[in-house]
Design a protein around this ligand. Structure first.
Ligand SMILES: [Zn+2]
Ligand SMILES: [Zn+2]
Length: 729
């Protein structure tokens, strides 16, 4: 035993549809095999870096952050129709300087260098080479390609370039062995390449390092990875000459397996650990600041300005200031100011004010409705004093993180608000957030069936999978008898479902987060990798490659069980004498059903209650009563915010029925099922639904003589629009 090895060349599922390793499994397995270090080197992007970093830290593994970049001659050359003139290049961050250089390189590759894929060139690589390890990379690296073409001099020149630029202690020749056999039964040239690299190592005195180009965790995941490749390339498993890996050895091999691959190169094996031991990064070390909000010169401080805005809002909301309002307002403003979040509220107020003054409806949801300040600033529409909503549920002095206000904007005008914010704080300082689309139950079945050329059975299976949120394939198998019967009685169906079960939940594509916008007081590329929102149109702005954790605390499942979490909070504070910070932690433990943690509060809770004059047995009873509430209790502030919106819409539906239904149908136009429901609802309410009419229809559903007129089909719609604008013109 005693074999020691670190995997430095690792593709995760964020190598989109080329990697099949899920971070959690990867880290667990590495740990189980006794490894202390692990790298992430996805193709051209850093989507998985933060998740990977956190998982490694939690699993007691040293996380090494890197990328396998695409290197091209001139990244500004976008002229080629096919981009096959690129090489793979493995880069690893040695320290935080290296990490920030990786961010820069990734951002540049995904913006300036983007041409069918994210590319960098040597010019930019030289500029951002500090703090990075670099290797000669896999068979697709530029040095390996030259060596195999017997252009030895050029290969040596390249090697010298890397050594000069990155420093001799940071450049390694990468040795791999996957025992690949090509489709025509030819062995992979890897063995031949290793010989050439070994010679280079001797002649130029460049150290070697062994890696395994891993794309999945277990050896038996190779089949799933192959299916994934077919999904990506739009091919079937049976397609001849499709892109395919040359062996099934691209998995997380144990240190012993790695050592066995190269019994004569113990130094190149142990170099993996030597490199890993030098790598130490913390991507979470840097905290960006909120943008500075410029206030009118007549105010002496941001706090004064915020106060003045609130006082102005009081007039609008309440008519006049009362002692109660003033007291609560000052209490909130002082607390916010103490924590340094005055700019946060000024920024929030500013874009809400912009939206309102441009006729864009908006409303905050969630616990922000507990803030009187937010109400007077127009951020929320619920008076917290009237509904007794606690401010401390939203914000309290023991809370370290930023307040969390979720704003709703109408889909068709959200863009205007984002543009306003980008313009105000600088395009460089604002980006939308990336989101990762994962394979859902039905989609994974569809993909697998298509790849296997068994669409018909695939359709039969997907029809049996229920629709709706939280549907998983396993739950469907357990819950739908017909599906289970099909699975048991049909070999092909079973094969499809087994494979789909493995693919389900894997990251498939990236998208733009509908609501997440990041704003900072400096260029975002300083601390987060960015990419173009639409590679075909660089003007359309940029998105991050990191998905920010979003605090969605609300339990959508609390159908009808109206027990507010806030009641638990009030009991904790008023009876048990908990602080707001403590009671919020207690509530969180409850709602996450962390019962060990919850039990930990029991002693304090009962003791506190007794101190406040509650009898011991009653206090114990109270504690056991709270337990089941926590898991299902609803946030009252959230309920109140939605109740107000529900009231508005109910009023409109009751008093302007046809208009309401026409607007609803226009919004849901792309969803045939919802339109069918809406038509049924119109019938129920005696609102006539008229079919589309070339002469009368518009591009949206319209009101006509008390009924709803169907919108014109898209083609005629465009035609009509053109004709009408001609008439007008
Ligand atoms: Zn590669
Ligand atoms: Zn690779």
């Amino acid at each position: 035993m005693g074999a020691d090895f670190a995997h430095l060349h690792v593709h995760t599922e964020y190598s989109l549809l080329d990697g099949f390793s899920r971070t959690k499994k990867l880290v667990q397995q590495a740990k189980a095999q006794g490894m202390q270090h692990l790298a992430i080197t996805d193709h051209g992007a850093m989507y998985g870096a933060i998740e990977f970093y956190k998982a490694c830290k939690a699993g007691g593994i040293n996380p090494i952050i890197g990328i396998e970049a695409y290197l091209t001659e001139d990244m500004h050359d976008h002229s080629r129709r096919f981009s096959d003139d690129y090489h793979h290049l493995l880069l690893l961050a040695k320290n935080n300087t290296g990490y920030y250089n990786l961010l820069k390189l990734t951002t540049i590759a995904n913006t300036e260098g983007w041409h069918l894929r994210p590319r960098i060139d040597k010019k930019v690589l030289e500029k951002y080479s500090e703090g990075l390890f670099v290797t000669s990379s896999c068979l697709s690296g530029e040095i390996p390609k030259k060596l195999l073409k017997e252009q030895i001099d050029e290969a040596y020149k390249m090697a010298n370039w890397y050594r000069d630029v990155f420093g001799p202690e940071h450049f390694y020749l990468e040795i791999q062995e996957h025992h690949g056999i090509f489709e025509d039964n030819q062995p992979s040239p890897q063995g031949q390449l290793n010989q050439l690299l070994y010679r280079m190592h001797k002649e130029l005195d460049i150290p070697m390092v062994v890696t395994n180009d891993l794309h999945y965790v277990d050896a038996h995941d190779a089949a799933s990875h192959d299916v994934l490749l077919c999904v990506q390339t739009g091919k079937q498993l049976s397609t001849p000459k499709r892109m395919k890996f040359d062996s099934s050895e691209y998995y997380l091999k144990s240190p012993e397996e790695m050592a066995r691959l190269f019994p004569d190169l113990p130094d190149a094996i142990i170099n993996s650990v030597r490199i890993a031991e030098q790598c130490s990064v913390n991507p979470l070390a840097y905290k960006a600041q909120l943008p500075n909000y410029t206030i009118p010169p007549e105010y002496s401080s941001q706090k004064d300005y915020l106060h003045a805005l609130c006082v102005g809002g009081v007039k609008e909301r309440f008519g006049e200031m009362t002692e109660k309002i003033e007291k609560q307002l000052n209490y909130e403003i002082d607390m916010i100011a103490e924590k340094g979040f005055v700019p946060y509220f000024l920024i929030e107020w500013d874009f809400v004010n912009y939206a309102r003054s441009h006729g864009i409806r908006c409303s905050a949801r969630g616990s922000a409705a507990g803030s009187l300040m937010a109400y007077t600033l127009g951020i929320t529409n619920v008076n917290p004093l009237r509904y007794q909503l606690p401010f401390e549920r939203f914000f309290n002095t023991e809370r370290a993180d930023m307040p969390d206000i979720d704003m709703d904007f109408p889909d068709d005008r959200r863009e205007e608000v984002i543009e306003y914010v980008a313009h105000k704080y600088g395009e460089d300082c604002v980006a939308q957030m990336v989101t990762f689309n994962t394979m859902a139950a039905k989609a994974s079945v569809k993909d697998v069936a298509r790849v296997m050329g068994e669409q018909e059975i695939g359709d039969r299976i997907t029809r049996l999978i229920p629709t709706g949120p939280n549907v998983t394939l396993q739950k469907s198998l357990d819950g739908v008898k017909e599906l289970n019967d099909l699975y048991k009685g049909n070999g092909v169906a079973q094969e499809i479902i087994d494979q789909a079960l493995k693919l389900e939940g894997a990251v498939r594509t990236t998208g733009v987060h509908a609501a997440g916008v990041i704003v900072a007081n400096e260029a975002l590329e300083h601390f987060v990798p960015l990419q173009l929102r639409d590679p075909k149109d660089p003007r359309k702005g940029r998105i991050t490659q990191y998905e920010q954790a979003h605090l969605e605390e609300w339990l959508a499942e609390s159908y009808g069980v109206i027990v507010y979490q806030d009641q638990v909070l009030f009991i904790g504070v008023n009876l048990a004498g908990f602080s707001w910070g403590k009671v919020n932690k207690f509530r969180k433990a409850l709602s996450k059903k962390k019962m060990d943690e919850v039990e930990g509060y029991k002693g304090d809770f009962i003791e506190g209650c007794v101190k406040n004059g509650v009898k011991q047995d009653i206090a114990e009873q109270l504690f056991t009563l709270i337990l089941p509430f926590g898991g299902y209790g609803f946030n009252k502030a959230h309920a109140a915010s939605y109740a107000v919106v529900a009231f508005y819409t109910a009023y409109l539906k009751a008093n302007y029925t046809a208009e309401f239904m026409a607007a609803t149908m226009t919004t849901e136009a792309s969803d045939a099922k919802k339109i069918a429901n809406a038509i049924a609802e119109c019938r129920r309410m005696d609102v006539e639904v008229l079919g589309p009419d070339v002469n009368k229809s518009d591009r949206s559903f319209t009101v006509e003589g008390g009924g709803v007129r169907g919108r014109s089909l898209q083609v005629t719609g465009r035609f009509l629009h053109a004709r009408r604008s001609q008439v007008r013109g």
